[in-house]
Design a protein around this ligand. Structure first.
Ligand code: UD1
Ligand code: UDP
Length: 367
């Protein structure tokens, strides 16, 4: 069986790594297509090296641009790859413009689409990702959901065929890489950080980077907090900080984006994480680190319901208060599968049954 695995942005490399391994174990031919949505070394190549992802068979080199331009360029070139390869499946991940372009190009050519991380909803249509998710799910034949909430979201949109709750492939990735990170990452020494004595921050959503007031408020909060803060800056937020000429106090280490092994190390040893990232909210949960999410809503409602994640809009006073008082409960239920989501996905694609899986059946593997 031939499968196109379509990636383009940082979180997709992380998701595609365990899924690709599982597909190869099922003897699938995996054709890796990289749209080139992310292209800096720290946003792309470093993940291929660290996660031992094979070199892409196609790099479309699309790069950055407006939504319409970027998605359009991808559509044109993905269609060409599909016509050349004639795969049995198009496999897409998450909710980026690359995801939507892959799903749309394939569906129009009657190539069945499988969506990893299906059913996520923020119910905020101003997020570009929300449009991408909804359209991708409606174009998909197999929908691999990370949680029961995602299955329920699809049911409300009358999507019930081909839906599987397999757990979260990002959990697979954390389980696979945390030991490697412990062995090989030197980031704490390099940045002179003491475990439990710093905050980790990431910001990249348009709502926080493209809205001047929101970014100013978030940085005001970080500048005021009386703790060391490590802030690996996505190029989008770096550009916005420069554009607005915003000041960064010296207790904040504004650094380049880091590789995945360094990121896991920074997350695990942080006292608390402040983020607007989807993936980072879940990693905070799996690694047992309290998370303050710099957004008004989240797709990962389970982490909030479990008491480990607090939603805080871009309000400096609220951010500071929350960071100073937030204490998560002792319990941390296992809500994202059993760490074998990738195997269930591969088994389902090659036609063997997806094993039934009871969320919550096993305790988290690291407390
Ligand atoms: C994209 C996804 C978002 C995901 C994020 C992961 C969409 C609509 N958004 O957002 O869902 O959470 O990736 O990180 O698909 N840039 C560089 N170098 C790079 C990549 C980007 O400098 O290697 C800069 C460019 O100025 C670009 C900007 O970052 O315009 C935004 O990049 P883009 O891929 O359009 O969106 P992200 O904000 O990265
Ligand atoms: N990440 C990383 N280095 C960084 C920031 C994030 O390796 O400097 C990882 C993070 O651990 C998570 C993924 O990138 O696995 C999340 O990607 P991002 O926040 O860009 O996108 P989102 O998950 O919000 O779509």
């Amino acid at each position: 069986m031939k499968i196109i695995s379509l990636v383009g942005a940082r979180p997709q490399f992380i998701k595609a790594a365990p899924v690709g391994r599982a597909l190869r174990a099922e003897e699938c031919e995996v054709v890796l297509v990289h749209t080139g949505q992310h292209y800096d070394n720290e946003m792309s190549a470093i993940f291929f090296r660290e996660l031992e992802i094979p070199k892409p068979d196609y790099n479309l080199g699309v790069g950055s641009g407006s939504h319409g331009w970027q998605t359009g360029q991808m559509l044109i070139q993905i269609e060409e790859a599909l016509l050349e390869e004639k795969p049995d499946w198009m496999l897409v991940y998450g909710d980026t413009n690359s995801t939507l372009a892959g799903a749309l190009a394939a569906a129009k050519l009657h190539v069945p689409v499988a969506h990893v991380e299906a059913g996520l909803r923020s119910y905020n249509r101003r997020m570009p990702e929300e449009i991408n998710r909804v359209l991708t799910d409606h174009a998909s034949d197999l929908l691999f959901c990370p949680t029961q909430t995602a299955v329920d979201n699809l049911t409300r949109e009358n999507i019930t065929r081909g839906v599987h709750n397999v757990g979260d492939v990002m959990y697979d990735a954390v389980l696979h890489n945390i030991k490697l990170a412990k062995k090989s990452s030197k980031v704490l020494e390099e940045l002179d950080l003491e475990p439990g004595k710093y905050l980790l921050a990431t910001v990249h959503r348009p709502v926080n980077t493209d809205n001047e007031d929101n970014l100013r408020n978030i940085l005001m909060a970080l500048n005021t907090l009386n703790e060391v803060i490590v802030f690996p800056a996505h190029p989008r937020v770096r550009k916005a900080i420069n554009r607005q000429g915003l000041h960064i106090n010296s207790h904040i280490q504004l650094i380049k984006p880091v590789g995945y092994l360094d990121m896991l190390t920074l997350e695990k040893a942080a006292r608390m994480i402040l983020t607007d990232s989807g993936g980072v909210q879940k990693e905070a949960y799996w690694l047992g680190v309290p998370c303050v999410t710099l957004r008004e809503e989240t797709e990962w409602v389970e982490t909030v319901q479990a008491g480990w994640n607090v939603l805080v809009g871009p309000d400096a006073k609220q951010i500071i208060e929350t960071v100073n008082v937030f204490q998560p409960p002792r319990e941390r239920p296992n809500l994202f599968g059993d760490g074998r989501a990738s195997q269930y996905i591969a088994a389902s694609l090659v036609g063997s049954e997806v094993s039934s899986q009871k969320n919550g059946a096993r305790p988290p593997r690291f407390l």
